[in-house]
Design a protein around this ligand. Structure first.
Ligand code: KG4
Ligand code: ZN
Length: 323
């Protein structure tokens, strides 16, 4: 079963073809990161216009080695994300589904991030505990079956990726923030004490305190090494993500821990989770942690198998939640 996946929720225009929910036949990503870098963040109106320019060539490249009649369905991200950006992908997907007579499958972007773990995997036994850490979300989720989720915890303020982006701005490391903080951290040591919000008794997260603490130190002129500050900030965020995920997994009789989302491409998070998790950890290669369409197509395959398709009046849902 071959599915064409389309992803335009933020600043990557992506299309991919995935077979049987696990095998990537093609995966194309046109990143807008350099366009938005000059503004220090994603400008929604610029993003949607750029998606319009890129979407057809990106789909054509993804379909280069596949015949249209080999496809079983079109999967597209409907939310969460930027409304104008989502609209581009959803409308193109609808047009293709209508003209080719193919099933349309509207996909939750957060669910797609989880399904990045199925790409190249040899089947995954349920239940699993998933940590989704992206620019807009830090969610701990118990996945009991395909399509069956219970959200255990969420961030109460900043998402992990958002916190990395803000820390990068505070430290003058530029945009995109996560990779910049990680690069700087490699040259420093985590020697600056920063607070960790444990929120005992809850699976929720909070990252605004550590960000504000960093800001106060910088404002007071107490940061002499940007590298040490980056390393200390990264350690504070990673410590909390790892400890809380490990605790959630321990208490839920899960079979595995699954990482996903852009922040899961962080080397320190990957390393520390593998070291401290009480369960086997799955984490996609970095290029499948950040936004891509292969994860959307993989998710679409399991949805199509379950007979859960969408009608042609499918609309975007910018504030879509997981469960
Ligand atoms: O999943 P994603 O590509 O897009 C969203 O769905 O939000 O995640 C983007 C987020 C950004 O906040 C970015 O700074 C963060 O993931 N990120 C990282 C790293 N690479 C991307 N954070 C920490 N370390 C990284 N290496
Ligand atoms: Zn994402």
């Amino acid at each position: 079963m071959k599915i064409l996946g389309i992803e335009t929720s933020c600043d990557e225009t992506a299309a991919a073809v995935v077979e049987d929910g696990t095998k990537i036949l093609s995966s194309q990503i046109a990143s807008q990161v350099e366009i938005h870098a000059r503004y220090g963040g994603v400008v929604p109106e610029v993003a949607s216009r750029q998606h319009l320019l890129s979407i057809i060539p990106v789909i054509e490249m993804a379909m280069a080695g596949v015949r249209w009649k080999e496809l079983s369905g079109i999967a597209v991200t409907v939310g969460p994300g930027l409304a104008g950006s989502l609209l581009v992908g959803v409308n193109v997907a609808k047009a293709i589904a209508l003209s080719r007579g193919l099933p349309l499958i509207g996909i939750n972007h957060l669910e797609a991030h989880i399904y990045a773990n199925w790409l190249g995997a040899n089947g995954i036994d349920f239940p699993v505990v998933c940590l989704i850490v992206s620019g807009g979300h830090s969610d701990l989720v118990l996945m009991r079956e395909h399509g069956d989720y219970a959200v255990l915890g969420r961030t109460r303020d900043d998402a992990a990726g958002e916190a990395f982006d803000k820390a990068a701005r505070i430290l003058g490391l530029g945009y995109p923030g996560g990779p910049a903080v990680e690069r700087a951290a490699r040259e420093g040591t985590a020697s600056i004490p920063l607070p960790r919000a444990w929120l005992k008794g809850s699976d929720d997260f909070s990252f605004s305190g550590v960000k504000t603490a960093l800001l106060r130190l910088v404002e007071a002129g107490k940061v002499s090494s940007v590298a040490d500050a980056a390393a200390s900030f990264q350690a504070a965020v990673v410590d909390v993500l790892v400890a809380k995920t490990a605790a959630a997994a321990r208490g839920r009789r899960a079979k595995k821990v699954l990482l996903s989302g852009g922040v899961a491409s962080n080397g320190s998070l990957r390393e520390q989770m593998l070291k401290h998790s009480p369960l086997p950890v799955l984490v996609p290669p970095p290029v499948l942690c950040t936004d891509n369409a292969a994860m959307v197509a993989a998710c679409g395959c399991y949805r199509l198998r379950a007979g859960r398709t969408s009608s042609l009046d499918l609309d975007v849902v910018p504030g879509l939640k997981l469960a």
